[in-house]
Design a protein around this ligand. Structure first.
Ligand code: SAH
Length: 225
């Protein structure tokens, strides 16, 4: 297939994803739909997965990890209610696709990945796409963003975790501003639920969104293995 044919195929398949898998379900925020239409998911997977890149499923990205299903990326983004004033912490950079989506809505995104290889590849892709409001860190995101590099406010307006945790890591709750939102999958195996919690007077007000299936958040405040 020549370059133009590939672009046309991506365009058609992306439009089908937007109409059926996102707008056809419960993704109603026009800003989220616009961003999902703009970020080229094909740039975040290797050649062999590109033919199915606009199917609504996760795909392998190496190191035993996956790029999340487009519907889940859109749903989590919609639930996080990000705007241009928000500083967002993301745990689990992975391919960097969700990072790119958030970067188009937020003031700045701070993202942590435990695998150096994935973080570097994500950084390279975002660089090629001209994204300049993302800071990367390699390490254990269950411990939050390193204290020495926190933004001037000392905390985040929004936090998204893209790997499932045994319970909501305490360091993340501490780094969330009062009135801020965290979207995080909790639980293991076939029993995981996506939660959206608002921090109110230091406590989390929890709301269950739906059942999900994510890879594990491994680390000090995550799973041991
Ligand atoms: N949003 C990503 C999802 C990647 S899968 C995407 O769409 O591509 C979840 C990611 O979380 C994996 O890359 C995994 O390595 C990472 N991860 C798991 N535990 C982590 C931890 N404690 N700190 C940082 N990243 C972690």
């Amino acid at each position: 297939m020549c370059g133009q044919e590939k672009q046309d195929r991506y365009h058609t398949n992306r439009q089908r994803m937007l109409d059926w898998d996102l707008a056809g379900r419960d993704i109603t925020d026009p800003r989220v739909l616009a961003v999902m239409a703009e970020v080229p998911r094909e740039e975040f997977v290797t050649d062999s997965y590109r033919p199915q890149v606009y199917s609504d499923g996760p795909l392998p990205i190496g190191m035993g990890q996956t790029i999340s299903q487009p519907y889940i990326v859109a749903l989590m983004t919609q639930e996080l209610r990000v705007d241009r004033k928000c500083e967002v912490l993301e745990i689990g950079t992975g391919s960097g696709f969700q990072t790119a989506v958030l970067s188009r809505l937020a003031k700045k995104v701070y993202t942590i990945e435990r695998f150096g290889e994935l973080a570097e590849s994500a950084q390279a892709v975002l660089g090629r796409l001209g994204v300049s409001n993302v800071e990367f860190h390699i390490g254990d995101g269950s411990c939050g963003w390193p204290a020495s590099k926190l933004p001037p406010s000392g905390c985040f307006d929004r936090i998204m975790v893209t790997a499932t945790a045994p319970s909501i890591p305490k360091p993340l709750v501490s780094q969330l501003v009062d009135g801020g939102l965290i979207v995080v999958p909790v639980g293991c195996g076939g029993s995981q639920r996506l939660m959206r919690c608002e921090k109110k007077a230091g406590k989390l007000d929890e709301k269950r969104i739906c059942d999900v299936r994510f890879v594990k958040l491994l680390g000090k405040h995550g799973f041991e293995q």
